[in-house]
Ligand binder design. Structure first.
Ligand code: SF4
Length: 357
């Protein structure tokens, strides 16, 4: 199978969840490839009694040639705000975390915050995952598997109610081949039929990945975790800035040809006494230039955790920062991350233990 050759899933059989209809056809899976793919991906039919509704010969082929295992839920941590942090176990014993975030009670739409790696190599100093270092990339099958496992456990049953953000453990652009393969599978018209506009990939500023993603199809939305307004300050908290500084990052955004519906999302984690002055707000607007209008800028007061000495700024300071950006015409939202009370918020996801380790 082509996918098997391009990215062997750690030497084993390829995950069934990452196969496209053309892979099933090339592997000579019995049955119509589009039909088999659809059965694999459409959680609604699959959820009904926990079995795949497939002809016996198709199912036997999948069992013989592919890996049908999914991440398993090891822990559930419901938050007071309605979100749930889930600790998921992978087949090799590693653990990752994902967050299920429903909207209002009368709104069926749900956002999943997904992981793309076990750990992360980028080492941002305010981030719990960064403190772990990198363990390994997730495979496309494990990424799609996170979606299916969360849908199966907590809903929604329809892909049309689903929004995905790659803001969990890992830098998704460090694992772009697998992340993009998962996006292709999830957006396939015979599968979940997710729109790429409902998928957001968040990067710490890996310029080589941004430039590659800009040319990919389907192309998700891009969120950029900015968090500082001078190279010295950014390099101190986000080592990736030493390789690709703020000017180079801005250049990569300028080269990204935005489609009519597309907007960048900028994230700025406010760290008390580090990046929360009004001068920082002014420099942020200057760096954004024309991008300060028409794009979303999320201010996220630091989610304090045991792996970092950084603190959340006082409320007045956060409000003053936001007000200054408003005065410059920015569209600013102060985001209180969801799941803070269960350590499921931005920068708080961390594997607490590896099975057997
Ligand atoms: S903030 Fe993102 S890129 Fe930085 S260490 Fe954490 S997971 Fe990695």
């Amino acid at each position: 199978m082509p996918w098997d050759r391009r990215a062997p899933e750690r030497g084993g059989r390829p995950s069934a969840w990452a196969l496209l209809p053309e892979d099933l056809a090339e592997g000579e899976c019995p049955g119509r490839p589009a039909h088999v793919f659809s059965r694999l991906q459409r959680a609604r039919t699959w959820l009904a009694d926990d079995r795949l509704f497939l002809a016996r010969d198709s199912r036997a082929w999948l069992e013989a040639h592919t890996d049908l295992s999914l991440p398993v839920i090891l822990e559930r941590h419901p938050s007071e705000d309605g979100s749930t942090k889930l600790v998921l176990g992978l087949t090799d014993g590693h653990r990752i975390e994902a967050v299920h975030m429903p909207r209002r009670v009368d709104d069926p739409r749900v956002t999943f915050c997904l992981s793309s790696q076990v750990g992360c190599a980028l080492g941002c100093t305010f981030c719990a995952t960064g403190a772990m270092g990198i363990v390994r990339n997730l495979t496309a099958g494990e990424i799609v598997g996170q979606v299916l496992t969360l849908m199966r456990a907590l809903g929604p049953t329809l892909g049309e109610d689903l929004f995905l953000v790659f803001m969990g453990m890992g830098e998704p652009l460090h694992n772009l081949d697998h992340v993009h393969r998962a996006i292709r599978v999830l957006c396939h018209p015979h599968g979940m039929l997710l729109s790429p506009w409902r998928i957001t990939v968040s990067t710490a500023g890996l310029v080589s990945g941004i430039e590659k993603l800009a040319r990919m199809d389907p192309r998700p939305l891009l969120a950029l975790s900015l968090n500082a307004t001078t190279d010295a300050a950014r390099s101190a908290t986000m080592p990736v800035n030493r390789a690709w500084n703020l000017a180079r990052l801005r250049q990569a955004l300028d080269a990204w040809e935005l489609k009519r519906h597309e907007r960048f999302i900028f994230e700025y984690v406010l760290l008390a006494g580090v990046n929360d002055t009004l001068e920082d707000a002014d420099r942020l607007v200057a760096w954004l230039g024309p991008l300060s209008r028409g794009h979303n800028l999320n201010l996220i007061p630091m989610n304090e955790h045991e792996h970092s000495a950084f603190r959340e700024p006082a409320e007045e300071r956060t409000q003053a920062f936001a007000k200054r950006l408003h005065e410059h015409g920015c569209f600013v939202t102060v985001r209180r991350s969801r799941g803070r009370d269960v350590q499921g918020a931005c920068g708080q996801l961390v594997r607490r233990a590896v099975a057997g380790g």
